[in-house]
Design a protein around this ligand. Structure first.
Ligand code: MF3
Ligand code: CO
Ligand code: CO
Length: 250
């Protein structure tokens, strides 16, 4: 069931989103060579709790952390632990929050220290995929307009698009209808309507689109071992405009 949100409810999701964006970017600033992924997770968890909110991922389907951190060939759902970030790595940081019963979800991929030109290009194109998707996420368009925008931009840059995982409705819980694929799928393709709040999250691979899940039952990696990047925003659709709720203003 697709649940529309009132303007008042969207204000609450915005409030959660702004706290979330601030914490995500502070986490990105800490992500320097030598820090462990577990230390970043602690920072995220403590920051969220200090703001009177809850880490939405912690315990969700038994996920053991507040942050997903996915490095290089890891696509999404990497579990924090003892691994240290290294100069030249790229790290996807994905965080979810619940504030007074309202949920938001956002991700960035950052470079650790100096990164290669090819990795810079992957981050730039993935960020652009998200921007182009948001431009299409307007009332009257359809979910497929989002996927088409991501897919075409990725393919035009010789990258491919992960198919097994999608964006989603968000706001009253972590994952709601509709599913928001990053390609043209044959599934449901609802029209975008005022009051819809969705998380758009392109996952873009340097090589092929295929992915696998590791032994830990969470970490998704590229099948060919090449790099992957992920950016995500929670957005709200109004009659006359679309707002990016998780945008970060330093
Ligand atoms: N944040 C992910 C998404 O973008 C979901 C994380 S699932 C969890 O939809 F279990 F890791 F929390
Ligand atoms: Co997310
Ligand atoms: Co999401």
């Amino acid at each position: 069931m697709l649940q529309l949100k009132s303007e008042k409810e969207i204000k609450k999701i915005l409030e959660a989103s702004q706290i979330l964006a601030e914490i995500l970017h502070a986490c990105g600033d800490l992500a320097a060579p030598g820090i462990t992924t577990g230390e970043l997770d602690n920072f995220v968890r403590n920051s969220i709790i200090r703001r009177g909110a809850k880490p939405a991922f912690l315990g969700y389907m038994n996920y053991p952390a507040s942050l997903c951190i996915s490095i290089n060939n890891e696509v999404i759902h990497g579990i924090p632990g003892r691994r240290k970030l290294k100069e030249g790595d790229i790290a996807g940081l994905d965080v979810g929050i619940e504030l007074d019963g309202y949920f938001s979800d956002t991700a960035i991929t950052i470079g650790v220290g100096r990164i290669s030109a090819e990795r810079e290009r992957l981050l730039k194109v993935t960020r652009q995929c998200l921007e182009k998707a948001i431009e299409q996420a307007t009332a009257g368009n359809r979910v497929s307009d989002i996927g088409r925008a991501v897919y075409n931009h990725a393919r035009a840059n010789n990258y491919d698009v992960v198919r097994q995982y999608c964006g989603h409705g968000v706001g009253f819980s972590q994952h709601e209808d509709p599913q928001v694929p990053n390609y043209l799928s044959t599934g449901p393709n609802p029209r975008l309507r005022p009051g819809m709040v969705i998380a758009i999250e392109p996952m873009i691979n340097q090589g092929g689109w295929q992915v696998e899940v590791m032994e830990d039952d969470w970490t998704v990696v590229t099948a060919d071992g090449l790099d992957s990047a992920h950016f995500e925003h929670t957005i709200a659709i109004f009659k006359d405009r679309t707002e990016t709720l998780t945008s970060f203003n330093s």
